[in-house]
Design a protein around this ligand. Structure first.
Ligand SMILES: Nc1nc2c(ncn2[C@@H]2O[C@H](COP(=O)(O)OP(=O)(O)OP(=O)(O)O)[C@@H](O)[C@H]2O)c(=O)[nH]1
Ligand SMILES: [Mg+2]
Length: 194
């Protein structure tokens, strides 16, 4: 109905943005997508079994029972004008071949780090740097503990100055939301500079 108040107005439709939640094995990616998503997240997890002995390194994550074999999917509305579609990547090396496909069309990424095992996310940082996909680093303080300040972690990971490093808790909605907002701020800042 042209001219009617009920007519759909394309200009009021929110922008939708694809964001990846990436990082090493068991750093909390599925947990993060689950805590922040406003829809029931899609998960593709399989149980960790004895078959993974000697392959899946559960050091520090002994409680872990399942692993992502394809992707996590969730959604968060950040404002009336902005909706993020979140794609969690699988963390184990044998599933990394999927990252290229998952990264298609992504505007940015959160590289999540387990503060106790930061080296497990080196490959993820490398992946986004090589492809020029902007990212922020979310430092997941397992058990809510953050023994190192962000600047120390930046130095240890050799993360460039323009990349934000944020302490977070993957189990906490507000905390994960703050990381995503920082990523959007970083994307806007680099678009303005370009
Ligand atoms: N104590 C604590 N446990 C956490 C936290 N984040 C995740 N976990 C737990 O750690 C385990 C691993 O979390 P996941 O979210 O499955 O990690 P992931 O990165 O998706 O793992 P993969 O998909 O296998 O790479 C799960 O048992 C979570 O419940 C945290 O901040 N604190
Ligand atoms: Mg997972």
């Amino acid at each position: 109905m042209a001219g009617s108040d009920l007519a759909p107005d394309a200009s009021s439709a929110p922008d939708t943005v694809k964001i990846l939640i990436a990082g090493g094995f068991g750093v909390g990616k599925t947990t993060m997508v689950g805590s922040v998503s406003e829809i029931v997240p899609l998960r593709t997890e399989e149980p960790l079994t004895m078959a993974g002995l000697g392959i899946d390194d559960l050091d520090g994550i002994e409680e872990k029972r399942a692993t992502t074999v394809a992707l996590d999917f969730g959604r968060i509305t950040l404002s009336r004008k902005l909706v993020l579609y979140l794609f969690g990547t699988p963390g184990q090396q044998r599933f990394w071949f999927m990252w290229n496909d998952l990264a298609l069309g992504a505007l940015g990424a959160v590289v999540l780090i387990d503060v106790r095992r930061p080296e497990s996310s080196f490959a993820a940082i490398d992946f986004f740097e090589r492809r020029g996909i902007p990212f922020v680093v979310g430092v997941n303080g397992f058990h809510g503990e953050h023994p190192y300040p962000p600047e120390e972690i930046r130095e240890a990971l050799a993360v460039p100055d323009h990349v934000r490093v944020l302490l977070c808790d993957a189990r906490d909605r507000e905390s994960c939301r703050d990381v995503l907002i920082a990523l959007i701020d970083q994307l806007i800042a680099s678009a303005v500079q370009a």
